[in-house]
Write a protein that binds this ligand. Structure first.
Ligand code: PGA
Length: 262
């Protein structure tokens, strides 16, 4: 019998929140939320907030703090970039790689993301690999082809031991920040497809245990129905994670502990 997969819900703050705002959010979260299940909630925060937030959460094991990007080199003359070791030292436990905003706005291709995956794993950061098709790719029925390539190239030369902490986030680009999420049926079908590709690349057993999150226009009204799909094992939440009340509402709904608080 295969062990049940974890459900991991992560807020992706993108370029939002000063240290002061981030601390106020996390203090509020720590006082309003007491889950039975540890380390299943995470926040991917701006680099500047990683260290102060880890100071706040260090005495609790409720919340993981992570980063949204990193460079693939260990160090060097890369003005403005940040190394995995620096994130790790600051207290990051995970890093989002290959988010569509990085792919689109900063020209990150699958080969670049694969190098970052390798560096993150070597550094001991849990990688969250984002995949997903654009609106044009959806319209021209390329979804499966695009996602297969993103998985195949993103995970290239990595084995099941390297990837034991892997999280995949399926984020259709057309759903991000648009208020137009994938329907539960479409999201479920694409998650199933991702799992099939992971099974081909690694093994069926590995694929059955891989956490695959959904991301794209999640809100308090649609989170539960998406999480109810059998192959959706968590959420990567952008805009709706910026409001403490909404984030609490989503995690409390799911973990059924406390009622949401402002
Ligand atoms: P969204 O963003 O929830 O605001 O659509 C999700 C993401 O980009 O991770």
């Amino acid at each position: 019998m295969v062990a049940k997969r974890s459900c991991i819900i992560i807020g992706n703050w993108k370029m939002h929140k000063t240290i002061e705002e981030a601390e106020a959010f996390v203090n509020g979260l720590l006082t309003s939320y007491s889950p039975s299940d540890h380390k299943k909630i995470g926040l991917a925060v701006p680099y500047t907030a990683i260290y102060p937030l880890r100071q706040l959460v260090s005495s609790s094991s409720i919340l993981s703090i992570g980063a949204q990007n990193m460079n693939d080199a260990s160090e060097g003359a890369f003005t403005g970039e940040i190394a995995g070791t620096m994130l790790k030292e600051a207290g990051a436990e995970f890093v989002i790689l290959g988010h569509s905003e990085r792919r689109r706005l900063y020209a990150e291709d699958n080969a670049c993301i694969n190098k970052k995956m390798k560096r993150a794993i070597e550094t001991g950061l849990r990688p969250i690999l984002c995949v997903g098709e654009t609106e044009e790719e959806l319209a021209s029925r390329q979804t499966e082809k695009v996602i297969e390539l993103q998985l195949r190239e993103g995970l290239k030369d990595l084995n099941a031991i390297d990837l034991r902490d892997l999280v995949i986030a399926y984020e259709p680009v057309w759903a991000i920040g648009t208020g137009n999420p994938a329907s539960p049926a479409v999201a479920q079908a694409t998650h199933q497809f991702c799992r099939r590709i992971i099974a081909n690349l690694l093994s069926l057993e590995f694929a059955e245990q891989t956490v695959i999150q959904y991301g794209g226009s999640i809100n308090a009204a649609n989170a539960q129905i998406l999480l109810a799909q059998s192959d959706i094992d968590g959420l990567l939440i952008g805009g709706a994670s910026l409001s403490l009340a909404t984030f609490l509402h989503i995690i409390n709904q799911h973990y059924a502990k406390l009622s949401p608080e402002e």
